[in-house]
Write a protein that binds this ligand. Sequence first.
Ligand SMILES: NC(=O)c1ccc[n+]([C@@H]2O[C@H](COP(=O)([O-])OP(=O)(O)OC[C@H]3O[C@@H](n4cnc5c(N)ncnc54)[C@H](O)[C@@H]3O)[C@@H](O)[C@H]2O)c1
Length: 262
Amino acid sequence: MEQRDLSQLDGRWIVVTGGSKGIGLGIAHELLRRGAHVGIVARNPDDLATARKELEAAAPAGAEVAAFRADTGDEADVARLEGELRDRVPALSGFVANAGTGGLTSFLDLDVAEWDRIMRVNLRGTFLVSQLAARLMIGSREADPDGDRSLLVVSSVRAHQFRPGTLPYSCTKAALNQFVRAVAVELAPHRIRVNAVAPGMTVTPLMLERTPNVEDIAAQRIPFGRAGQPSDVAQASAYLLSAAAGFVTGANLAVDGGEALI
Ligand SMILES: NC(=O)c1ccc[n+]([C@@H]2O[C@H](COP(=O)([O-])OP(=O)(O)OC[C@H]3O[C@@H](n4cnc5c(N)ncnc54)[C@H](O)[C@@H]3O)[C@@H](O)[C@H]2O)c1
């Protein structure tokens, strides 16, 4: 008997926040490659249009790409996004809460504006979009009760391995790890899986802007001797979003070349 390849995502609609750049864009490319239809969400309309064009050019025949402008930390924006997704996406089967932000300020220099800025995107934003995604996926269950559905949250090695200057960022990612475990339990009765990927140092535009010598640092700090690429995180993410991980929920998958181990 021929076995279906469970790692493929044929015809499934998956939405990625922060999908215009870096890790989110890498995930969007991998999902398309595996046959999914992909929606990307970002704040900046120009970045969004550029990423959409790039994804459309790479999409296999029949794969759809949609772009949505929203600030994930803004309640009104997320409410509007929910309406737009209901109109555009026939049945949501996966969602990646990837949008995130960080900073590099020591504890004693940190002001409340910087603390709130990071909490707003990483925690409030992830909560808002995850609840939206859960509602849409519960809604799509009626038409396809046995379909695989999952939410994926992008955490970080910093959730448990601290580097000076990253206090609010680390706190948000540690909280997201517990968020994933808790929401995994709450959504299990709805047959929605909830997991996290935890990238280590990964080469993205933001990372290069802040740390141009990322590869030199990675060579010393990471057991595998190199920094991660968005494609590394994308492969792990695609697995967790696929039916190949159909009984995996509440997991936290490190994608860091061993960075968290030392
Ligand atoms: N790059 C790394 O080394 C690394 C390591 C561990 C975890 N991460 C996590 O991976 C995720 C992606 O990071 P990246 O390095 O690709 O960053 P990036 O800055 O290159 O991309 C972030 C994306 O999120 C979007 N975004 C930011 N705030 C947003 C908001 N309020 N509303 C909507 N979109 C918003 C941006 O537009 C962009 O598309 C983040 O959650 C980050 O914490 C990154």
